[in-house]
Design a protein around this ligand. Structure first.
Ligand code: HEC
Length: 158
């Protein structure tokens, strides 16, 4: 089996960029309440789905297109809730959201729609596509996560 290196590179980059390896930050969100807590939990579950797929893309666990399709479908189903979980001005600590979410609300909505669309495509391609096509589409989903984080989430302090 020849694993395409550039695809693998894209996959690792997408996984890293999308902030999926947040294990180091677990606990940083103690004290979150209400809608902030709810959306952090939603995001966390999206992260778990991506992490499970990312481990397959990197060959750490057995590749299963069924599991990928199921994870993609869960992301697709859960994501429409993102918009509801960002009511105007909900920036209560320890939220990492930026005020820009509401200043550029249309774009925030578009990015949510993009995630729903890309996750839907991953669900389809997991059923019909080659492993390479699946990896490429997974990367697109990861980039959708990370581009929203780049614009709308505070940078991690190191
Ligand atoms: C439409 C914009 C948007 C999209 C798309 C998006 N996120 Fe987020 N994400 C955010 C924002 C904003 C926060 C910060 C929320 C807060 O702290 O109040 C966040 C926070 C997170 C967190 C940290 C949660 C916590 O416990 O603090 C994780 C993990 C995460 N996102 C994963 C993902 C993954 C994985 C995807 C893609 C499958 C994704 N996100 C897609 C906007 C987005």
């Amino acid at each position: 089996m020849t694993m395409n290196k550039s695809v693998l590179f894209l996959v690792s980059t997408a996984v890293l960029l999308s902030g999926l390896f947040v294990t180091g930050f677990v606990g940083a969100h103690g004290g979150a309440t209400g809608v902030v807590k709810e959306r952090m939990e939603l995001m966390k579950s999206l992260g778990d789905r991506m992490k499970e797929m990312g481990a397959m893309m990197k060959g750490k666990v057995a590749f299963s297109s069924e599991v990928i399709a199921a994870n993609a479908s869960e992301i697709q189903q859960a994501s429409p809730d993102i918009v509801r979980l960002f009511p105007e001005g909900s920036l209560k600590k320890p939220s990492e959201a930026l005020p820009r979410v509401w200043e550029e609300w249309d774009r925030f909505n578009e990015m949510t729609d993009r995630l729903i669309g890309e996750a839907g495509k991953l669900n389809d391609v997991a059923i019909t596509g080659t492993r390479r096509e699946i990896m490429i589409q997974f990367t697109k989903v990861g980039k959708t996560c990370s581009s929203c984080h780049t614009d709308f989430r505070k940078k991690k302090e190191k």
